[in-house]
Design a protein around this ligand. Structure first.
Ligand code: PEP
Length: 249
């Protein structure tokens, strides 16, 4: 809708160090005055405490890159939604294509992770997107609809509280961006699917992700159903990330 605040979320992936994070976050926070969008960084779990301190008193929101589907217990290596809440986390990416590809995450696991986040007041950023082979076979809409359908079926009316990120796998980390028209076409499909599930679908932020940068952000963000961005590589460079934030009016 016209008045919905855009969301620019950085995904640092498995990058960073205490020293590098300090410099990056101080510069980003220093450049946030005048920003009209919501800004978040999704950081590796070991740095959540550092980020909680660095962002204190600022407008920068904090996110995680994953969350367990389980509440607590014998799940070695997992991080629960309650633990994330302890550090002031507002967002958790779920179902990133790197986790679907390299860690075997399926649609039901991703939907369960979204449910675990929502149960603790954390906004899941649910990633969907087709591979190059799926796009070339003409299956893009079928794939993203299947991925989102499981999240809708598992979460019911709570889906008004999620963020969706359309991230074509062939565009992630490749320097190949979907054109604004290609992205808008898929975003419209996702919006229609949300509308069929809730009268509040216009409130849901649908982000684009995949090689978004300072040069292409404005034209992508100008599309009617693109409500923000999930930014990988460019979120590690403060000037680039700040230019994307400035483009999100
Ligand atoms: C991502 O990891 O979600 C992403 C969009 O990465 P990049 O911007 O580097 O393509």
């Amino acid at each position: 809708s016209m008045t919905k605040k855009k969301l620019i979320a950085g995904n640092w992936k498995m990058n960073g160090s205490v020293e590098a994070n300090d410099a990056l976050v101080r510069t980003v926070i220093g450049g946030l005055q005048g920003a009209t969008c919501t800004v978040a960084v999704c950081v590796p779990a070991p740095y959540l405490a550092q980020l909680q301190m660095l962002r204190h008193g600022s407008a920068l929101e904090l996110g995680a890159q994953d969350v367990s589907r389980h509440e607590q217990g014998a799940y070695t290596g997992e991080v629960s939604a309650t633990m994330l809440k302890d550090f002031g986390v507002r967002y958790a990416i779920v179902g990133h294509s790197e986790r679907r590809q390299y860690h075997g995450e399926d649609d039901q696991l991703v939907a369960d992770k979204a449910k675990a986040a929502l149960a603790h007041g954390i906004t899941p950023i649910v990633c969907v997107g087709e591979t190059l082979a799926e796009r070339e076979a003409g299956h893009t809409e079928e794939v993203v609809r299947r991925q989102l359908a499981t999240v809708i079926h598992t979460n019911g009316h709570c889906i008004t509280e999620i963020v969706v990120a359309y991230e074509p796998v062939w565009a992630i980390g490749t320097g190949k961006t979907a054109t604004p028209e290609q992205a808008q076409q898929v975003h419209a499909v996702l919006r229609a699917q949300l509308k069929a599930a809730t009268p509040q679908a216009d409130r849901v932020c649908i982000l684009y992700g995949g090689s978004m940068n300072a040069a292409n952000a404005a034209s992508l963000l100008a599309q009617p159903d693109i409500d923000g961005g999930l930014i990988g590589g460019a979120s590690l460079k403060a000037p680039d990330f700040l230019q994307i934030i400035a483009a999100a009016r």
